[in-house]
Write a protein that binds this ligand. Structure first.
Ligand code: ATP
Length: 385
């Protein structure tokens, strides 16, 4: 087993914009690290540099404390599971799993033992004589994983292994991968663009954007303390609402109404700024009529007109359209380099208890958990709170 250390890693393809820029990241021995970010953020490139499939333009890559920049992929003793977990259709499950051992000219007896152990671990024992075409999607995925783990590599690397599966199977495989990783305790780096996978699988998550590492932390830390607008908007589903707001003492004037922030620390962070972006997660709103008095006093209430509700059984989403005052919107656009129209939505998404009877078209009172809101500097996109 081995830790993986990246020091100021840069990757440039040709003379273009660097695909990876000065990334420094420590994956601890035995840790499950997720690399997540939107398409093109450089996560696959980073993974390919760990494995050795891509040259490193500058910086150092260490595996188990040893610099591997110039070490050939097959000498790194890493095992990779790709998006297209192509199995050999003409080979049995046994031979598919045995493949890397055969390549390494492992003696037959050892092949037998290791394949059987792996099959047991993945509950594939009764399928060992079958061909991949006779397996379900999930079983095929497990064979692909078997092929990766049979080698007893120092680390596992996954490149979006579940993206070709349907939603239900993806959920199942997610728990299986998680269980397997914990059982084996092998250092794992897992690339995905799916924030749910990132939040549920990893010990820690590294969020990338345009080749730049934004934040590394536990799923909970990313959710509760995102460092900037990008991480705040990327982590959490439905994503955080960002409302432009002018600051008036301890009050915020937002397109959803005026409310007080009863949190000295947050207010102090605002400093002398006139305008901020308020980040409120959908789940930090509630139908005020369902909130007890004590909790009510710890937040603020606004009046809002919901125009659409979606009932999901265990909760419901309500959409509250709004329009930012033109001067505020213009002021923000001037201040912010990062802000795109998507972040300045014209509707807030609110997650309500399934018992809420708020109906579309009528005014209702919404409670906001103001202790959990975030305030962002529109000029830098940094989280001030
Ligand atoms: P996706 O989820 O879409 O695979 P990603 O986050 O994994 O995206 P990369 O595939 O690492 O991103 O790509 C990062 C950037 O580098 C992109 O702008 C991409 O176009 C560019 N890139 C990737 N591979 C090459 C290549 N072989 N030659 C030139 N540019 C490349």
């Amino acid at each position: 087993m081995a830790a993986i250390t990246m020091k100021n890693i840069v990757k440039r393809y040709g003379d273009g914009f660097p695909a990876v820029q000065e990334v420094s990241l420590d994956v601890r021995d035995g840790e499950f690290m997720i690399l997540v970010g939107p398409s093109g953020c450089g996560k696959s490139t980073l993974l390919r540099m760990i494995v050795g499939l891509e040259d490193i333009t500058s910086g150092e890559m260490l595996i188990g404390g040893k610099v591997v920049n110039k070490v050939a992929p097959r000498e790194r003793n890493l095992s990779m599971v790709f998006q297209n977990y192509a199995l050999y259709p003409h080979l049995t499950v046994f031979e598919n799993i045995a493949f890397p051992l055969r390549l390494a000219k492992t003696p037959n007896e050892e092949v037998n033992r290791r394949v059987k152990e792996t099959a047991e671990l993945l509950e594939l024992t009764e399928h060992l004589d079958r061909k991949p075409s006779h397996l379900s999607g999930g079983q095929r995925q497990r064979v692909a994983m078997g092929r990766a783990i049979v080698r007893e590599a120092d680390a596992f690397l996954f490149d979006e292994p579940l993206s070709n599966l349907d939603a239900k199977l993806r959920g199942q495989m997610r728990t299986e991968i998680s269980r397997l990783q914990r059982r084996l305790g092998v250092t794992t780096v897992y690339v995905t663009h799916d924030q749910t996978e990132a939040m549920t699988l990893g010990d820690r998550v590294a969020v990338l954007r345009k080749g730049v590492l934004q934040q590394v932390g536990s799923p909970r830390a990313l959710y509760e303390e995102p460092v900037n607008l990008f991480v705040a908007g990327f982590i959490g589903s439905p994503s955080m609402n960002f409302l432009p707001a002018s600051v008036d003492g301890s009050f915020l004037e937002t397109p959803l109404g005026r409310f007080e922030v009863q949190d000295e620390r947050k207010l102090a962070a605002v400093g002398d700024r006139d305008v901020v972006l308020v980040g409120i997660r959908p789940e930090h709103f509630e139908d005020a009529s369902l909130v007890g008095d004590e909790k009510k006093s710890q937040g603020s209430i606004i009046r809002a007109r919901v125009d659409v509700t979606e009932w999901l059984g265990n909760e419901q989403y309500a959409y509250v359209p709004y329009e930012a005052p033109a001067d505020l919107a213009a002021q923000l656009r001037d201040l912010s380099r990062e802000l795109d129209s998507d972040q300045l939505r014209t509707q807030a998404v609110v997650s309500l208890d399934a018992a809420s009877t708020i109906t579309p078209g009528r005014e209702a009172e919404l409670w906001i958990d103001t202790k959990r809101l975030h305030l962002f500097d529109p000029a830098t996109s940094d989280n001030l709170t």
